[in-house]
Ligand binder design. Structure first.
Ligand SMILES: *[C@@H]1O[C@H](CO)[C@@H](O)[C@H](O)[C@H]1NC(C)=O
Ligand SMILES: *[C@@H]1O[C@H](CO)[C@@H](O)[C@H](O)[C@H]1NC(C)=O
Ligand SMILES: *[C@@H]1O[C@H](CO)[C@@H](O)[C@H](O)[C@H]1NC(C)=O
Ligand SMILES: *[C@@H]1O[C@H](CO)[C@@H](O)[C@H](O)[C@H]1NC(C)=O
Ligand SMILES: *[C@@H]1O[C@H](CO)[C@@H](O)[C@H](O)[C@H]1NC(C)=O
Length: 466
């Protein structure tokens, strides 16, 4: 009871959406005929408001994680479904959550090869065909929704299967982040500018912290002080630990920028409203030495322990914070989803770290025995050459570092864009709250207008079907 009241008091977005958990059998390999195994993908379904005669299906193209997480945080679909008398489906991406083709061995090198975006889209198409009753002339218009990688999938789904989905809301989809398309430091520059908006001193302090951290860990006494002050689970023993810690910090700043929502959220980790502004309060004046590192320590505590559940900072855990469970993503990033990332230390607040495809590629080979194909996603999905596509809305928030790989200018009459000036990572798909800026309310209203139009067009076509 207490926690319920507390959540209300915080105005937190804790919605209790109801759905049935179902499973659907899909082929392991949609594109070849020699492997004939099948396995189950999970999907979540809600028919409560559905008009079974001709109501639409709102279909979330699951991304890299357990699907329940996306169902919980995609309030937009739940909020508009009653008006449309729509069925809601959240489909889990193969190789994530419980949609594992080879159980707990799925991520082993000999089994992971069927983890591709194309296979996942083919799963979704097959599931929708089943939901349409295998009809030659399906009667239910299907709208694809997705955020982030899920947004890329929603857009790709409409491009590759226009006969299956009538349109796609692709939120914060970095479809333009592939090699050669944008400078590799665009992401880190936007992270930095999100922090600068909160407080310019904050950026200076973070910038100055890196050499200081390296200095402190090089000395046994000060290293021990840092270990204690930052409440690290493990001491920093060597250069490898130092790099791991620095990567953890960098990824912390990146995540804070991504989930810089106007309300408290537990999307990736549990955080207060406007987390960037909150953590920058600890770094709001020019700090040096212990004071600076103590400030960074407070940022770390806010990030790792806002809910008071963790006793120490597990910096060796890496950037998979637990809510997402996205271990398969590393393989996708090593095969087709190559998004070059670098930092320069000039226009961003990080230590310089160039993008080196050779070492990236060798690391992938070591880990998965595969070499990445840097051009394959561009060739397969077209980057931003989407003049031949239709009925896709790309929405992006300017506070979100992924906007650097997003499409910001409309491509045609029916491949359009929505820019949310004060929005973080797919804020428009999140449950609405009283703290929503006008820009995101506007974005949602544009989404609804497009959905109306796509459904209307579908019904006109259906009535006059040959
Ligand atoms: C799958 O392939 C195996 C070996 O080629 C064969 O024995 C089996 O009958 C096939 N199963 C199905 C369901 O087609
Ligand atoms: C993997 O699954 C098998 C069978 O379900 C189980 O016996 C085994 O303990 C699991 N291994 C791990 C590491 O979870
Ligand atoms: C390590 O730091 C301590 C405390 O600042 C200092 O007294 C000591 O001289 C340093 N040791 C070395 C080897 O630099
Ligand atoms: C920094 O934040 C602290 C705590 O919120 C506040 O007391 C202090 O006045 C702020 N300093 C500046 C320069 O704004
Ligand atoms: C990338 O790394 C490799 C191996 O460490 C090195 O030989 C090469 O010069 C680097 N390339 C660039 C462009 O920095």
């Amino acid at each position: 009871m207490w926690s319920f009241l507390l959540l209300l008091y915080l105005g937190s977005v804790q919605c209790d959406y109801k759905y049935d958990t179902k499973y659907f059998k899909v082929p392991l390999d949609h594109f070849g005929f020699q492997r004939n195994e099948t396995f189950n993908i999970k999907y979540l379904e809600n028919d409560e408001n559905w008009d079974r005669g001709s109501g639409p299906i709102f279909f979330y193209t699951g991304n890299e994680g357990q699907i329940e997480l996306f169902a919980k945080h995609t309030g937009f679909m739940w909020e508009i479904a009653p008006n449309y008398r729509a069925k809601i489906v959240f489909a889990e991406h193969r190789y994530y959550g419980s949609s594992m083709p080879f159980g707990n061995k799925s991520l082993d090198n000999e089994h992971i090869g069927y983890l591709t975006a194309a296979q996942a889209l083919a799963d979704y198409a097959k599931l929708i065909d089943y939901l349409q009753g295998g009809a030659l002339h399906p009667r239910y218009p299907v709208i694809a929704f997705g955020g982030s990688y899920g947004g890329m999938l929603a857009a790709y789904f409409r491009m590759k299967y226009p006969h299956v989905v009538v349109g796609a809301i692709a939120a914060s989809a970095p479809v333009h982040m592939y090699p050669g398309m944008v400078p590799c430091d665009v992401f880190s520059r936007i992270v930095t500018s999100s922090f600068k908006i909160a407080n310019a001193k904050c950026v200076e302090n973070v910038k100055h912290s890196w050499p200081l951290i390296r200095k402190y860990v090089a000395n046994a006494t000060t290293s021990e002080w840092l270990h204690k002050t930052w409440k690290l689970c493990d001491p920093i023993k060597d250069g490898k630990d130092t790099d791991t810690l620095i990567q953890f910090l960098q990824s912390m700043y990146e995540t804070l920028a991504m989930v810089n929502y106007p309300f408290p959220s537990d999307f990736l980790v549990s955080l207060p409203a406007q987390p960037v502004r909150v953590v920058c309060q600890f770094l709001n004046e020019s700090l040096t030495d212990e004071k600076l590192l103590e400030g960074i320590g407070k940022v770390l505590q806010t990030f790792t322990n806002y809910d008071g559940k963790s006793s120490c900072v597990d910096y060796k855990k890496g950037s998979d914070y637990g809510n997402l469970d996205a271990s398969g993503w590393d393989y996708q990033a090593c095969t087709e989803m190559i998004m070059p990332m670098c930092t320069t230390g000039k226009d961003d607040m990080f230590e310089p770290s160039p993008w080196n495809f050779t070492t990236y590629s060798e690391d992938c080979h070591k880990k998965y025995n595969v070499y990445p194909r840097p051009d394959s996603a561009r060739i397969e999905y077209g980057g931003d050459r989407l003049q031949a596509a239709s009925n896709i809305v790309f929405s992006n928030g300017l506070l979100d570092p992924w906007v650097g790989g997003g499409i910001l200018n409309s491509i045609s009459k029916s491949v359009t864009t929505v820019v949310i000036i004060d929005g973080a990572h797919h804020l428009d798909l999140m449950p609405s709250t009283q703290s929503d800026p006008a820009s995101v309310q506007m974005a949602r209203s544009i989404h609804r207008q497009n959905i109306d139009k796509w459904i209307r067009e579908f019904r006109e076509q259906w009535r006059t079907k040959p």
